[in-house]
Design a protein around this ligand. Structure first.
Ligand code: GDP
Ligand code: MG
Length: 162
């Protein structure tokens, strides 16, 4: 059965915050995977009637900290492991060259992608999401991972695509 969701995106967009939200909101079904250092990167979660695993690929790091190589590797792991990919961007900063690079890698994979436009903490920032249509991977969903806004909309899309 399908059931692996991977979170990708460049550094500091809020991947781990979103991961914790997805996992934390379904606390009863969460289980830690042993052997994970520092950040937890794998967990079980559920939404509505679906159970799935979530991977925070941002927690899988390269020793030499080459950011471009690192994000490329994270996207490739997501493509290999996941049935659905959640691509997180920073809605406050707009589209960056790194976002475009990730988008191209994901597009080539033909995997289903949910585009989360994070840090939209306030309706005042909502118009920022339109810039993200230019990535060509579907409708950006406004999210505030730190406030817990829009996370349910992301998960609705995720379970539809699983
Ligand atoms: P990651 O590197 O992609 O895993 O990003 P983190 O989850 O570690 O978040 C990076 C920074 O962005 C932290 O300071 C978070 O508190 C902050 N952050 C995450 N989500 C949001 C959000 O929805 N709104 C705002 N304002 N800050 C956020
Ligand atoms: Mg992180």
């Amino acid at each position: 059965m399908k059931g692996v969701v991977a979170i990708v995106g460049r550094a500091n967009v809020g991947k781990s915050t979103l991961f914790n939200r997805i996992v934390g909101e379904r606390i009863s079904i969460v289980e830690d995977t042993p052997g994970v250092t520092r950040d937890r990167i794998y967990a079980r979660a559920s939404w509505l009637t679906r159970d799935f695993s979530v991977i925070d690929t941002g927690g899988i790091e390269l020793a030499n900290h080459d950011f471009v190589k690192e994000i490329r590797m994270q996207a490739e792991i997501a493509i290999e492991e996941a049935d659905v990919i959640v691509f997180v961007t920073n809605g406050r900063e707009g589209v960056t060259a790194e976002d475009q690079m990730v988008a191209r890698i994901l597009q080539k994979s033909k995997k289903p992608v949910v585009l989360a436009c994070n840090k939209i903490d306030d309706v005042a920032f909502r118009d920022n999401i339109y810039d993200f249509y230019s990535l060509g991977i579907g409708d950006p969903i406004p999210v505030s991972s730190s406030h817990g806004i829009g996370v349910g909309d992301v998960l609705d899309q995720v379970v539809r695509l699983l």
